[in-house]
Design a protein around this ligand. Structure first.
Ligand code: ADP
Ligand code: MG
Length: 240
């Protein structure tokens, strides 16, 4: 599980996380919603140790992410992360993009890595695209490839940062369907999202961030049906 305890994080004088507390259990799907600049992306980058924190602690399976003794490379293999902007290697095929990290980081043979990659690419609906270059894929296909690439490292947790925000509207559904499939299979996920219907229908809990504070967290029925905080209601009426 992921345990976030009283985490404070600043960029210079700007405090962007002001004492965040959140525990995500195995198999749980937590959606994170909130306005631009409220600290959602920063939280994800702190969880996998891409960013240092100022105080508090984050534990992943009991291992303290920011402890000096923690092997971050090893820890990060547990945590897949997919961003809004897709960053494929354009000169590598889809299959090569997905096998790269398992071969280089995990030391798998080409054959082992390809078996795993084909399994995950098939799972996200890209079995026909193994040998094409990323530039030939649609945005939705590129994001599904990014998800397959993360899954190929066999992570225990997946972090998604607005993975549909850069997509044309007609491509959003296929990526959300892929996320839903993972959720149904029991993957533990934190999804920063602007897709309120996804947050409502797929998550176990929804966290609303406002100015660096987790202003409210609860089951979707509470957040979307009976929000306790004025700011949550304001935000929801602004995005609907
Ligand atoms: P969100 O994802 O909710 O839109 P972010 O976590 O990206 O918000 O950003 C929170 C605040 O931190 C914003 O004011 C943003 O400008 C600032 N910020 C994010 N990353 C950096 C950085 N690397 N250096 C300085 N400020 C940053
Ligand atoms: Mg963000």
């Amino acid at each position: 599980m992921i345990e976030i305890e009283n985490v404070h994080k600043s960029f210079g004088a700007l405090e962007v996380l002001k004492g965040i507390n959140l525990t995500v259990d195995k198999g749980e799907v937590v959606s994170v919603i909130g306005g631009s600049g409220s600290g959602k992306s920063t939280l994800l980058t702190c969880i996998n140790g891409l960013e240092p924190i100022n105080s508090g602690r984050i534990l992943v399976d009991g291992i303290e992410v920011h402890a000096k003794t923690t092997d971050l490379n090893k820890l990060r293999r547990k945590i897949g992360i997919v961003f809004q902007q897709f960053n494929a290697f354009p000169h590598l095929t889809v299959l090569e993009n997905v096998t790269l990290a398992p071969r280089k980081v995990k030391g798998l043979s080409r054959q082992e890595a390809e078996e795993i990659a084909v399994k995950h690419l098939t799972h996200v609906g890209l079995a026909e695209k193994l040998n094409v270059y990323p530039g030939r894929l649609s945005g939705g296909q590129q994001q599904r490839m990014a998800i397959a690439r993360a899954l190929a490292m066999s992570p225990d947790y997946m972090l998604f940062d607005e993975v549909t925000s850069a997509l044309d509207p007609q491509l959003v559904g296929e990526v959300l369907d892929t996320l839903k499939m993972l959720a149904d299979e029991g993957m533990t996920m934190i999804c920063v999202t602007h897709e309120m219907s996804f947050a409502r229908d797929v998550s176990n809990r929804v966290a609303f961030f406002h100015k660096g504070v987790m202003a409210e967290i609860g089951p979707p029925e509470q957040i979307f049906g009976n929000a306790q905080h004025e700011e949550t209601r304001k935000f929801l009426s602004s995005v609907r």
